[in-house]
Write a protein that binds this ligand. Structure first.
Ligand code: SF4
Ligand code: SF4
Length: 339
């Protein structure tokens, strides 16, 4: 049980630190992946092991692999970490709200840095009118539904096998990276518009466009953990509502069941009377959960699945070196020495 406490600024500092850790890790993995590619693309470059964590940027592959695994019992061996990370992220949402978005996702972190920078630049963030905000929020659910129908319903295991053995799929991670490193004019314009909108509006990408977040939000509704506001202790200062990055009017609610809530605990950290808390719903009652336990559980569940993937040999890609060499070495050059 938690004792009643006042504001908890340490929670925000802890969240920024956790977010930064995952962002830096992703940058490091991206750098290693770049070196891995360089070995095949430029003669004389040393071989660097491909970092499997880059598969985390392939959620569609992860979703396909999960369906394939559920129907056949086989884990697709080319991007196995995509499925492991997809399951890890789904499980964190099922058990611990959309904490992945609030604490781990590097795209969410960059999005947050942008709106924070925008707030400094323009003195505030802008808010889209409710009449426009609601239909805009539907966009991410529509994109999510398209993927769910195409992959979750329409694709059969045989169709998936045919896709898994294509050269396109084998190096879909490389193609994803090149999408950004060898950007077309259209991509650059779209990204620039997104950056501008993210400076103006809080979490523009996450709120309106991210289909992954949409899926996690729907799954998170089932989570037994909830953010609750104790009416008896609330002094109606509105600090929770004013600071919620998901624009949830916490001060007007008792239990936050919105799929937009990313479990960031910002409301908990700002509440001066300790009225906002994390609770665990059981069959008979609600148990208060210390914020530190929530954060620790989030990281444990996430890394538990990563650990299971590693220990069971479903983490590193099984695509042979010769295949990477065939697919990545430009014609007319030699991919240099082997491993
Ligand atoms: S309701 Fe609280 S935990 Fe949920 S997004 Fe808003 S500030 Fe974060
Ligand atoms: S829940 Fe806390 S932060 Fe929100 S209005 Fe009440 S006292 Fe203020």
């Amino acid at each position: 049980m938690c004792m009643k406490e006042s504001q908890k600024p340490y929670l925000r500092r802890l969240r920024y630190a956790v977010q930064l850790w995952f962002l830096l890790f992703c940058i490091y993995a991206g750098y290693r992946f770049f070196q891995f590619l360089l070995h095949f693309e430029k003669p004389g470059q040393p071989f660097v092991q491909r970092p499997p964590s880059v598969d985390g940027f392939l959620p569609i592959a992860g979703f396909m692999s999960l369906k394939y695994f559920l129907l056949t019992g086989i884990i697709e061996p080319i991007h196995p970490a995509a499925m492991i990370l997809f399951v890890a992220i789904l499980m964190t949402s099922l058990l611990l709200k959309k904490g992945f978005c609030g604490w781990i996702c590097p795209v969410g972190t960059v999005s947050q840095y942008l709106w924070m920078a925008g707030r400094r630049l323009f003195g505030r963030n802008f808010v889209i009118k409710k009449e426009i905000d609601i239909p805009l929020r539907a966009i991410k659910y529509i994109i999510m539904a398209i993927f769910l129908i195409l992959i979750g319903i329409a694709m059969t295991p045989n169709m998936m096998i045919l896709f898994f053995i294509t050269d396109y799929y084998k190096i879909v991670d490389v193609r994803t990276m090149r999408f950004f490193t060898e950007m077309s004019v259209t991509t650059a314009v779209v990204l620039s518009v997104l950056v501008l909108l993210s400076l103006l509006y809080r979490n523009f990408w996450c709120r309106y466009l991210c289909p992954y977040g949409a899926l996690l939000g729907l799954v998170s509704i089932l989570s037994p953990l909830k953010i609750r506001r104790r009416q008896t202790d609330c002094i109606h200062c509105r600090r929770c509502s004013d600071n919620c990055p998901s624009l949830i009017d916490v001060e007007k609610k008792t239990t936050i069941s919105s799929p937009e809530c990313c479990g960031c605990l910002t409301c908990v950290s700002y509440c001066p009377s300790g009225a906002v808390e994390v609770t665990l719903r059981t069959n008979r009652s609600r148990i208060l959960v210390r914020p530190a336990y929530y954060i620790a559980s989030l990281l444990i569940v996430f890394y538990l699945f990563v650990g299971i993937g590693k220990l069971t040999g479903h983490w590193q890609s099984k695509l042979p070196y010769a295949e990477y060499k065939r697919l990545l070495t430009p014609q007319g050059t030699d991919g240099s020495a082997g491993r």
